[in-house]
Ligand binder design. Structure first.
Ligand SMILES: Cc1cc2nc3c(=O)[nH]c(=O)nc-3n(C[C@H](O)[C@H](O)[C@H](O)COP(=O)(O)OP(=O)(O)OC[C@H]3O[C@@H](n4cnc5c(N)ncnc54)[C@H](O)[C@@H]3O)c2cc1C
Length: 398
């Protein structure tokens, strides 16, 4: 079991991970499994709470990251998609019908993906990390880091009410969309308002779903984004949307209210009861061009590792966390210092495994939302979304 050590009163770790979402927990776990001492901190006092996510994630995303699809966090199995244009015309992509035997609920078949409970999912991921030897400190906010002359760095932390400093060879900024960690190292992390989706969703009772992720495109309902209806398990559903504020005349709440009361789903929604309200920002931006500095790397939302077409960031956070954890383990075990030059290897591995494709998805998204004519833009988004989730998707190959 990897352990921290102490110099005088200072605790020393190989790695300090800031943030315990999917990116941080996965980075921490992969590094600890290779024998490194890892501290993961989060300013929250409860893992994954408050929930700011719909929790849709593919079977393959979990599988690639070595996460068993446990009933502990799964709320509903997903078998396909229904994509709507603004007028309600729909394209159903149900993998139970397209590939029966492979996808379904019968023995030998599997779901395409899941809607997970992010509170329980994040706790499950953190438990995996903790069992691999990661030390977890909750209610611990990272305040800053400083590169030291000996090639290591120190991180200032506020743990409950105490300010303490720990020493590490490298810091991982997995601190989400509002990341500050990159800024500490002078990395340009600014995100334009025109590339930030403002998301709001209601967890509701009284809306029927059929194991499909339903996506509603169209400027009228969600300018610069889309609306969704996801099954949530136990008869619940999530109804939400993401909008780009620079393309809107109102805020997300006004659009969600309009979607509930005026869209072609209004009859379907008319008896729904709102049980929870969740929201947050999603960066529909390009990945950061620089994601590393001396003794520091960024992963997940903090590095803008988000699929710009779907807005999904769980898959990409898990994948980049795995890449980061494996890379850091190899670098540190080789005895090489964590200089900016050496840490570029992480960025290169990430580009080769997924980053170059994420850049291409960003270009596709940008082309759609740069289209000035709203009808044309709506048409492109509907076609792209329908194509994206189809069995022959050209975007899956990017
Ligand atoms: C409404 C909504 C719906 C979404 N739905 C989906 C979906 O269905 N599917 C999907 O794939 N993606 C979805 N996303 C996106 C997804 O939630 C994120 O992409 C994903 O959580 C990113 O993971 P992460 O680990 O990078 O960051 P996060 O999960 O945001 O974790 C960052 C952590 O860092 C901590 N932190 C921040 N600063 C500090 C600090 N200074 N010190 C200590 N801790 C700190 C935070 O407390 C937080 O726990 C949705 C997002 C929103 C807002």
């Amino acid at each position: 079991m990897p352990n921290s050590s102490s110099i005088g009163t200072m605790t020393v770790f190989d790695i300090v991970v800031i943030g315990s979402g999917p990116a941080g927990t996965t980075t921490a776990r992969y590094a600890a499994e290779k024998g490194l001492s890892v501290l993961m901190v989060d300013k929250k006092q409860e893992l994954g709470a408050p929930i700011q996510c719909s929790g849709a994630v593919s079977f393959n995303a979990l599988d690639n990251a070595g996460v068993f699809p446990s009933p502990e966090f799964i709320q509903e199995a997903i078998y396909g998609f229904a994509i709507y244009n603004g007028q309600g015309q729909k394209k159903v992509i149900d993998y139970r019908k397209i590939k029966p035997g492979e996808y379904g609920s019968e023995a030998g078949a599997k779901p395409l993906g899941f809607v997970v409970d992010r509170r329980r999912f994040d706790r499950y991921l953190a438990t995996q990390a903790e069992r691999a030897g990661v030390t977890i400190w909750l209610k611990t906010e990272a305040l800053g880091y400083r590169v030291l002359d000996d090639g290591s760095c120190e991180v200032a932390l506020k743990k409950f009410n105490d300010t303490i400093t720990v020493k590490a060879k490298v810091v991982v900024g997995a601190d989400g969309v509002q990341s500050q960690v990159g800024k500490w190292a002078g990395i340009k992390t600014h995100i334009k308002l025109s590339e930030l989706a403002s998301c709001l969703q209601f967890v509701v009772d009284g809306v029927q779903t059929e194991g499909l992720l339903e996506i509603v495109t169209g400027h009228e309902w969600a300018p610069g984004g889309y609306a969704w209806v996801f099954p949530k398990g136990h008869g619940y559903a999530e109804i939400g949307l993401g909008v780009t504020r620079t393309m809107c005349t109102d805020n997300a709440q006004v659009y969600l209210d309009k979607f509930l009361k005026q869209s072609f789903f209004k009859e379907r929604f008319k008896n729904c009861r709102i049980l929870e309200i969740q929201g947050g920002g999603v960066p529909l931006a390009a990945p950061l061009k620089i994601q590393h500095a001396d003794n520091l790397i960024l992963v997940g939302d903090a590095a803008r590792h988000v699929n710009s077409i779907t807005g999904g960031g769980i898959h990409t956070a898990l994948s980049s966390g795995k890449i980061a954890g494996n890379f850091l383990a190899a670098l540190l075990l080789s005895g090489e210092p964590c200089t900016k030059e050496n840490l570029k290897g992480y960025h290169n591995n990430w580009l080769n495994a997924m980053g170059n494709n994420m850049w291409k998805l960003y270009e596709v998204k940008r082309k759609i939302f740069d289209t000035a004519d709203i009808a044309q833009r709506d048409e492109q988004l509907y076609a792209t979304m329908s194509n994206y989730f189809s069995v022959d998707s050209e975007y899956k190959k990017i």
